[in-house]
Design a protein around this ligand. Structure first.
Ligand SMILES: C[S@@+](CC[C@H](N)C(=O)[O-])C[C@H]1O[C@@H](n2cnc3c(N)ncnc32)[C@H](O)[C@@H]1O
Length: 350
């Protein structure tokens, strides 16, 4: 590097009219040094080279010349939240920045520890610079109440908290202030949906804005699904999402409390999805009653360990005088220190 911060490098010099063609060929060959800035002088363009060998052949074709030149370094775009905030926040704070956050449509959801709260605006604005398509940054807050809605707060950007989110080829309109939604469950939704066979009858007991029901309906058009949701806002988006995804003919939405809705139902289902992790065990009697013999219940529950979750399910099922086989179980995600959501696929045997 010289005193002006420039770097001496092997270079090709070509007339301006040939520059674009040469640039593309150098990229294909992996010969262009992209960390340095090409420049133009007296009608010639100079490209910095990583390796000169293959370039000689090109130069014969394009009438360029192999030489040496001084290049400026390209300013490297910050690639992480930490890089965006380096020099702007104290180092002790940089070390505590969240290592992950969620992007839901054009909204970013981030969890901020207490000591980051004073820097919320800077962090939010840095996230918007890092993700130019995002419009607003929200803190995640706690998920509360029966509707499982987040207590969110806007820390950067502006506008509505309604957005459009795409997942596995489906589209969901939702308002994060009014309904539950978690993009981290997308893998779980796909895992369940892929198990559904043609012609099944499925019950989605706690449907939210419809991500289980709609994905299943898209993947298996012959399936018939009943989707129950108690939150009127989530139900409104469920109706709209059924239309947006053109599956209204396969999913029957019902607004209400799953227990009451299913109280007098004689319908039996091949598969019952029970995605209400904090309270699903309370509804297990309903789920088991409407599930066919040899049918499957996909149960989500919060616990400290898989063993503890399995034990709680087995005990509850025994109290209800049913028998199930746990066909599959795993941890889905951590929700608090030493507390996670677990999924258990239960085959109803009796
Ligand atoms: C954890 S969310 C899951 C939503 C959806 N399965 C998803 O993946 O986004 C649980 C949903 O169940 C709804 N809910 C809570 N209690 C209910 C009940 N008793 N009957 C029907 N829905 C209920 C909540 O409003 C919420 O939308």
């Amino acid at each position: 590097m010289n005193e002006h911060g420039k770097i001496l490098r092997e270079a090709v010099k070509v007339p301006r009219c040939k520059a674009e063609e040469l640039r593309r060929k150098l990229i294909v060959m992996g010969a262009l040094d992209r960390a340095l800035k090409p420049f133009e002088e007296n009608g010639f363009v100079f490209f910095p080279l990583k390796k000169a060998e293959g370039a000689r052949r090109l130069l014969e074709e394009l009438g360029g010349e192999l030489t040496q030149a001084l290049f400026e370094m390209r300013a490297r775009k910050p690639r992480s939240l930490k890089e965006h905030l380096a020099g702007k926040l104290p180092n002790s704070i940089l070390d505590k920045l969240p290592s992950s956050y969620d992007i839901v449509g054009d909204l970013i959801l981030v969890d901020l520890d207490e000591d980051l709260r004073n820097y919320a605006r800077e962090i939010g604005e840095a996230l918007l610079r890092l993700h130019p398509r995002a419009r607003m940054v929200l803190t995640k807050g706690e998920t509360i109440g029966d509707y499982r809605i987040r207590n969110i707060e806007v820390i950067a950007g502006s506008g509505s908290t309604e957005t459009i989110y795409r997942e596995h080829g489906c589209v969901y309109k939702l308002d994060l202030r009014k309904v539950f939604f978690n993009p981290r469950l997308s893998g779980e939704r796909l895992r369940v949906a892929r198990q559904v066979a043609a012609g099944e009858r499925v019950l989605d007991m706690f449907a939210g804005v419809g991500p289980f029901s709609i994905l299943i309906a898209k993947l298996q058009p012959s399936v018939r699904i009943v989707a129950v949701e108690i939150n009127p806002d989530a139900y409104k988006y469920l109706l709209e999402n059924l239309r947006l995804n053109r599956v209204e003919d396969r999913v029957k939405p019902i607004l209400g409390d799953a227990r009451k809705v299913l109280e007098n139902s004689r319908e039996e289902y091949d598969r019952v999805i029970m995605d209400l992790p904090y309270r699903s065990l309370e509804f297990l009697d309903v789920g088991l009653r409407v599930c066919k013999n040899r049918g499957i219940l996909h149960l989500y529950t919060v616990s400290r360990s898989l063993e503890e979750a399995s034990r709680a399910v087995v005990d509850r099922v025994a109290k209800l005088k049913h028998v199930v086989e746990i066909e599959f179980s795993r941890e889905v995600m951590e929700v608090a220190p030493r507390r996670s959501i677990f999924t258990l696929d239960l085959r109803k045997v009796e």
